[in-house]
Design a protein around this ligand. Structure first.
Ligand SMILES: Nc1nc2c(ncn2[C@@H]2O[C@H](COP(=O)(O)OP(=O)(O)OP(=O)(O)O)[C@@H](O)[C@H]2O)c(=O)[nH]1
Length: 568
């Protein structure tokens, strides 16, 4: 987890008083920043969204810090710089849009070996100059010096006003565009403690052109700078959230650009087909261009449609791998469902008693089963009941079983194994349970300690196991086999390891489904309506582009970046 907002905002709120101690150095830096900067001309990539306006609009106003314009020179005492409030000369107010350099704690707040504070934006170097005093080889005296980009510098971090040493640490300067955000980035590695972090963030807040970062703002800048597309942004967020090996591997590949490349292929192919149809509109068949162009486009769109259909018929594997397999444990009362949940969780998460009907509502836990993320739900025992609370629990249990990805029916072996006249043991499912047991339902026979061994000799293998959760007998074999079965049900297709899913988020699926609809609409359009046909292809390309954000996607950006933490 990266740092959350409260710490930095609390620290920044005290910054106006601290401004009174600023040195002439910062004042001149601020002055040159405000008065001599040219407007940012870098915002030209297709990824870039409308950002801040010109950074030095002296007419702008806002609720932020106030500075006297007359003090923005190279002389005068530091108190001149504190605030324009009591001064007669007009105050200069910087809006958030003008303060383009952002900073935040990028590691979790609290006691730890190291905390990393990130500064990104056009003035990161100014922050270095004000805060970082580097040490030469050995134990030389510290002094201000320019950073060697991408190299870790041993340094002292000092208060830019008083020169007081705040901490001894490391600093590294990434020269844009070869940085995460594509801007100049400064990283300060300090000891992680509340007072240290607080003092360093406070010191950075004294620079008038800096402001605290918002949630996911560093990553958003990486997106706006063209370093990441939206699928990579989502992959990065998933990587931070990953709790199991499968999640980590999938997220790492997505963050590394595998989805981006595959989508780019689909979009390029759509655009190629569009180009063929556009050519037909512009020149007309049989004149300047060869015949059969529309058929060529159709043939390619057919292939494209099949590829997209294939990606969409993935049983939501990517979303399930990312967010977890939903496993419902169900069965009659007193079978041992809660005992199983506790066994899987390795703790007393659910109440276990000999009283049938103890579990009334759904209890969910996120667990790692054989590297797979699994959201396991314990449910109320299924039986006919007049108890209103219990019957609500039973209804909820049934709904959950129907909507889960995988279900496991727990039965008490002595209750369901019945000896036939021929001496064989038959499995009799209780009537409230039977309708929910499907071909792909896993079955666990519990309480084998109460059964003769002969009763368990003929159990079908693969998806039915027999254990005693009380004695532990059979539980290890069950776990190994169940984890394998879960893995196979999710990640194996026709006996082979399923291909890596293209879609890992519901948002991506919606856009890909839209693209498919437009392609199908194109295929239904007759050649005479070539203009409409071209429109369908254009919409299809746009729908694919929305997944990676290569076209204007302002509406989806907030949704994607909202779940990030501050500092990321
Ligand atoms: N002999 C024996 N008793 C068991 C075993 N597993 C669980 N029990 C007991 O069976 C009783 C019911 O266990 P639970 O785990 O609460 O069963 P449940 O299916 O969640 O029950 P409900 O809450 O009624 O739905 C408890 O007294 C457990 O100690 C087992 O393997 N052998």
């Amino acid at each position: 987890m990266a740092a959350c907002g409260s710490l930095s905002s609390r620290i920044v709120s005290g910054s106006r008083t601290a401004c009174s101690t600023l040195t002439p150095y910062i004042r001149s830096a601020a002055a040159s920043h405000l008065l001599s900067r040219k407007p940012d001309t870098k915002n030209s990539s297709t990824h870039r969204l409308a950002n801040a306006g010109p950074r030095c609009d002296l007419r702008a106003s806002g609720p932020h810090r106030l500075y006297r314009t007359s003090s923005l020179g190279t002389s005068g005492n530091s108190s001149d710089f504190a605030s324009g409030v009591e001064e007669k000369t007009p105050a200069l107010v910087l809006s958030d849009a003008q303060r383009r350099t952002i900073y935040a704690l990028s590691t979790p707040p609290g006691k730890a070996g190291v905390a990393v504070i990130r500064v990104s934006g056009p003035d990161a170097l100014e922050v270095w100059r004000g805060l970082v005093k580097t040490r030469g080889e050995g134990k030389g005296k510290v002094k201000a010096c320019e950073p060697e980009p991408w190299k870790m510098h041993r340094c002292e971090i000092v208060h830019p006003g008083s020169g007081e040493v705040l901490d001894d640490g490391l600093a590294v300067f990434f020269k844009g565009p070869r940085s995460f955000t594509t801007e100049d980035v400064l990283e300060l590695h300090v000891h992680s403690g509340r007072a240290i972090i607080s003092s360093v963030l406070n010191a950075i807040s004294l620079f008038p052109f800096c402001r605290p970062a918002e949630r996911g703002e560093f990553t958003r800048r990486a997106f706006e700078g063209g370093r990441l597309d939206l699928t990579q942004v989502e992959g990065l967020r998933d990587l931070i959230d990953a709790e199991t090996e499968i999640q980590r591997k999938l997220a790492l590949r997505t963050a590394g650009g595998s989805t981006r490349a595959r989508l780019e292929e689909l979009r390029n192919e759509t655009i190629q087909c569009l180009a063929l149809v556009e050519a037909l509109i512009d020149f007309g068949e049989g004149e300047e261009i060869e015949e059969g162009v529309f058929e060529q486009a159709r043939a390619r769109v057919l292939k494209l449609r099949d590829t997209i259909r294939h990606h969409l018929s993935d049983n939501r594997r990517g979303e399930i791998m990312r967010s977890g397999v939903r496993l419902a444990i169900f069965g009659p009362p007193n079978a041992g469902k809660s005992s199983l949940l506790n066994f899987l969780a390795q703790r007393e998460a659910a109440i276990v008693t000999p009283v049938p009907g103890t579990t009334r509502d759904i209890l969910e836990l996120s667990l790692d089963i054989g590297g797979l993320p699994v959201i396991v739900a314990d449910t109320a025992g299924l039986r006919k009941t007049d108890d209103i609370v219990e019957s609500i629990g039973v209804d909820r249990a049934k709904q959950l079983v129907e909507s889960s990805d995988v279900s496991l029916c727990v039965l008490s072996a002595p209750d369901v194994l019945v000896r036939s006249q021929g001496g064989d043991w038959d499995l009799r499912l209780p009537s409230p349970v039977a309708p929910l047991v499907k071909d792909d339902t896993f079955i666990l026979l519990n309480k084998t300690d109460l059964m003769p061994p002969s009763a368990l000799a003929q159990l079908p293998s693969g998806t039915t196991w027999a254990v005693s959760l009380s004695t532990g007998h059979g539980t290890q074999a069950f776990m190994d086999s169940f984890a394998r079965a879960l893995h196979n049900s999710l990640l194996v297709e026709n006996g082979l390891e399923a291909e890596e899913p293209l879609i890992t988020h519901a948002r991506q699926r919606v856009h890909l489904e839209n693209a498919l609809e437009f392609l199908e609409a194109f295929l239904e359009t007759p050649p005479e309506d070539v203009v409409f046909a071209a429109e369908e292809l254009r919409y299809a390309a746009q729908a694919i582009g929305k997944i990676s954000g290569v076209i204007d996607v302002e509406d989806v950006l907030d949704a994607v970046f909202r779940d990030f933490c501050i500092g990321k």
